[in-house]
Design a protein around this ligand. Structure first.
Ligand SMILES: Cc1ncc(COP(=O)(O)O)c(C=O)c1O
Length: 484
């Protein structure tokens, strides 16, 4: 979706609609916005630029009169010509045909809209899966960086599995969770999302089926589908009993290649799989020879009690590929995560990673190593837990105040999320659009389960406390309005 990153000059003698038309004409002329592309809707552009919709309508009318754009029924407003195609005999390449030809599937439209809207100034982000900038450990990061200045002699390409010092630190850190993993069985990745990407292209055949919890974070991305795989979700309830009961049958029925699970502070439900269920799950998977990806990015963020040890801690047969990351605890922008597994698997994934990006940022790897080695990580995580506790308490109080009669929810024991269930059936698209108009950005449930029409993922980690309260209040009003 196009954005302008520009604001009209209100003091200019040139009318605002003309400024907008000229700017878009420039984008079309230079080929930055190619023929065949869709322009933003009048509503979206008016919102982005902070102008009346009628101003955008006038700008589009001018471009249309010049033959550059056309309103197409059902497709919005499309660029039909650039000044070259109007003048020249040889048209430029049709970039839109290329854009639709790539193997990777596009993101879900809702996710693309969220990714854009996150940067609208003043927007209240009620669903964002990231720590608030308020919780960024600025002083700790400064002292880590200062110490590193004296230590770093070079920032070259690192070993295929990543900086040895970091892998040693990850190995030590994982021992604290009961996972015995030598540095040789650890691959440093650019966020745990990359671990999923490497698995999808490095270990699985096209046409394979991946089992997973429903709802799940995995439905919000297309890593496996883009590699030609299918997802098969098994609904999870609070106690996982049905999920576990059905697992064996579904594995056989679908000839599934792998199970993806988030046992601690599940995204989006916030649930924790009990120790007993973890053991049951692992024994089913071992019996059925079903490898597991255990995604543990939220495992350190417990608020009440620490979750049971990860599946990987019980894994004596090498069935589990375990992923973790600094994204949810320290900083997502570092893009540092890890995957642990049998050495031949890690070697294979490291080889693909070398072919993909020659390794994660060397600087980020040094930073991550120093965070873990110096003990600052543990200190910081304790502080994050305290802050998350305060934020969760606030969210629960506010939900109780404004949502008691229109929704229900479970109290989360850690992580970032409350899986809010609206009692009425409301169109997620309508709710998302209406909330956006009112300056609130939501993560509707259908991102995590295509058929969901009742849930919303509320994150208490991102918005400032006052915004969280205000945003939830406004959301409750919107839901009441739409319902009535
Ligand atoms: C369950 C889960 N796994 C993985 C990721 C990706 O995290 P990273 O930044 O480490 O790639 C996220 C981010 O939202 C997540 O919620």
């Amino acid at each position: 979706m196009f954005t302008l990153h520009w604001k009209p000059v209100r003091t200019s003698a040139l009318p605002i609609y003309k400024q907008i038309a000229d700017l878009i004409k420039g984008k079309i002329e230079t080929g930055e916005w190619p023929v065949g592309s869709k322009l933003p809707t009048e509503r979206a552009l008016a919102q982005e630029l902070g102008v009346n919709r009628s101003t955008v309508v006038a700008a589009y009318a001018e471009l249309s009169a010049e033959g550059l754009i056309e309103g197409k029924s059902g497709r919005g407003t499309v660029i039909t010509n650039n000044t070259w195609t109007l003048l020249a005999a040889a048209p430029p390449p049709d970039w839109n045909a290329y854009v639709h030809a790539g193997a990777h599937q596009p993101n879900l439209p809702a996710i693309r809209e969220i990714n854009q809207a996150e940067f609208i100034p003043g927007i209240i982000r009620l669903g964002t899966g990231e720590l608030s900038p308020e919780l960024f450990p600025k002083e700790k990061m400064q002292s880590v960086l200062r110490r590193l200045i004296a230590q770093i002699d070079a920032l070259g390409y690192e070993e295929p599995k990543g900086l040895l010092r970091l892998r040693e630190q990850v190995s030590r850190y994982l021992l604290g969770k009961g996972i015995e993993a030598s540095p040789d069985s650890i691959l440093i990745v650019s966020g745990s999302l990359q671990a999923l990407q490497l698995i999808s292209v490095g270990l699985l055949h096209r046409g394979s089926t991946i089992l997973l919890e429903k709802p799940s974070y995995l439905y919000s991305i297309h890593v496996f589908q883009s590699a030609g795989m299918e997802l098969y979700g098994l609904p999870i309830e609070q106690d996982y009993q049905d999920f576990l009961r059905r697992l064996t049958d579904v594995k056989k029925l679908k000839n599934a290649a792998l199970l993806y699970t988030i046992p601690s502070f599940h995204n989006p439900t916030g649930r924790v799989m009990s120790e007993e269920n973890r053991r049951k799950l692992l024994s089913v998977c071992e019996r059925e020879r079903l490898p597991v990806i255990e995604d543990d990015v939220y495992g350190d963020l417990w608020i009440d009690t620490s979750p049971p040890p990860p599946l990987k801690a019980y894994d004596k047969t090498g069935s589990v590929l375990y992923t973790g990351s600094l994204s949810k605890t320290v900083s997502a922008g570092l893009r540092i995560g890890w995957i642990v597994g049998p050495v031949p698997v890690i070697d294979r994934l490291a080889d693909i990673k070398m072919q993909t990006d020659y390794g994660s940022s060397s600087l980020s790897q040094w930073v991550a190593a120093e965070w873990l080695e110096s003990g600052v990580y543990e200190e910081h995580v304790q502080e994050v837990r305290k802050q998350l506790r305060k934020r969760r308490e606030l969210a629960l109080i506010v939900l109780h105040k404004y949502f008691n009669d229109i929704a229900c929810w479970e109290k989360s024991g850690g992580g970032f999320y409350i899986w809010l269930k609206i009692k009425a059936d409301i169109s997620p698209e309508k709710l998302f659009a209406k909330a956006l108009e009112e300056g609130i950005l939501l993560n509707p449930g259908n991102i995590y389960d295509r058929n969901d029409r009742q849930h919303m993922r509320i994150s208490y980690a991102y918005a400032k406390p006052a915004e969280l309260e205000e945003g939830l209040y406004r959301l409750s009003k919107i839901i009441r309005e739409i319902k009535s």
